[in-house]
Design a protein around this ligand. Structure first.
Ligand code: ZN
Length: 279
């Protein structure tokens, strides 16, 4: 593999997930992102609590932001039929929220349950997504299967590699369904370059999420790093994603107990500078 030297990613393609700056309300996040030159926002559903969703979507656009996606749907897997039913209902609600917000995409964290096999969870995930396709189509909202790092295979996602996500998206045979590539979950995979290429060839590459992997990682969920702080070859992976035809927003998604404690405006400035330097 040749080292890839790319020009920095342009600021116009930077999108930030609201959870990255969790201490801020969505209103404050929108104003601050826009004043830092950020043009995209991915909205986590908890940021919409107690708000008129359509008006919030309008506020975001009037602030100059593109609504890139809604996070998140999924969690289809459970040994209990009633829980699977509730999950489908919640995903229907997410589709409606995305429609009202004006978000063209919902990211799916597909789910898993330690009380059943991964194979069983995968069947339920496939059935769950299949059931949602007609509503997603009617709302013109796409669904992105996000494979999660195998450390989450017990309870968060039975889809752990891009190969599995591509297999699933292709099996569902719907233009409504594709894949989200998140470097945090996938950077270690020796098949990553060819699977990103496959994803692009099938028009299934819907989203690209970045952050970094810290050593040591002290919390399995909430210790993601800022770009450049860890060992993920961000520019190389970005070059694969772009070679596969993806020209959409590059989304910074960082869950971090450390960074949530920081002054969020200082943190935002670091996001912008590390994005420009390392992505
Ligand atoms: Zn992600």
């Amino acid at each position: 593999m040749c080292p890839v030297i790319l020009e920095s990613a342009p600021l116009s393609r930077l999108c930030i997930h609201t959870i990255t700056t969790k201490p801020w309300s969505i209103e404050e996040a929108a104003t601050r992102y826009a004043s830092a030159g950020v043009q995209g926002i991915t909205v986590w559903r908890d940021a919409l609590n107690g708000r008129n969703i359509a008006l919030t979507g309008r506020m975001l656009r009037e602030t100059g932001l593109s609504v890139v996606s809604l996070c998140r749907g999924g969690f289809f897997a459970s040994p209990e039929k009633e829980k699977r039913r509730l999950a489908i209902d919640d995903n229907r609600k997410a589709i409606e929220e995305a429609f009202l917000l004006g978000a063209p995409l919902i990211v799916l964290v597909c789910g898993a349950d330690p009380g059943q096999s991964l194979d069983e969870s995968r069947k339920q995930i496939k059935d769950g997504i299949a059931e949602l396709i007609p509503e997603a189509e009617a709302a013109k909202v796409k669904l992105a299967i996000e494979p999660l790092h195998p450390m989450y295979a017990d309870s968060r996602s039975a889809i752990n590699t891009l190969t599995q996500a591509n297999d699933l998206a292709e099996a569902l045979q719907s233009p409504q369904v594709g894949v989200a590539v998140d470097v945090y979950h996938l950077w270690w995979d020796p098949r990553l370059e060819e699977e990103i290429d496959r994803c692009g060839r099938n028009n299934n590459l819907l989203a690209f999420h970045v952050c970094d992997w810290k050593t040591p990682t002290v919390d399995l969920l909430n210790d993601r790093g800022l770009m450049g702080e860890g060992c993920i070859p961000l520019k190389t992976i970005r070059s694969w994603v772009e070679k596969a035809g993806f020209g959409g927003f590059i989304e910074v998604e960082i869950f971090s107990l450390e960074y949530w404690k920081m002054d969020q405006w200082e943190f935002l400035k670091r996001i912008v500078s590390t994005y420009e330097k390392f992505v």
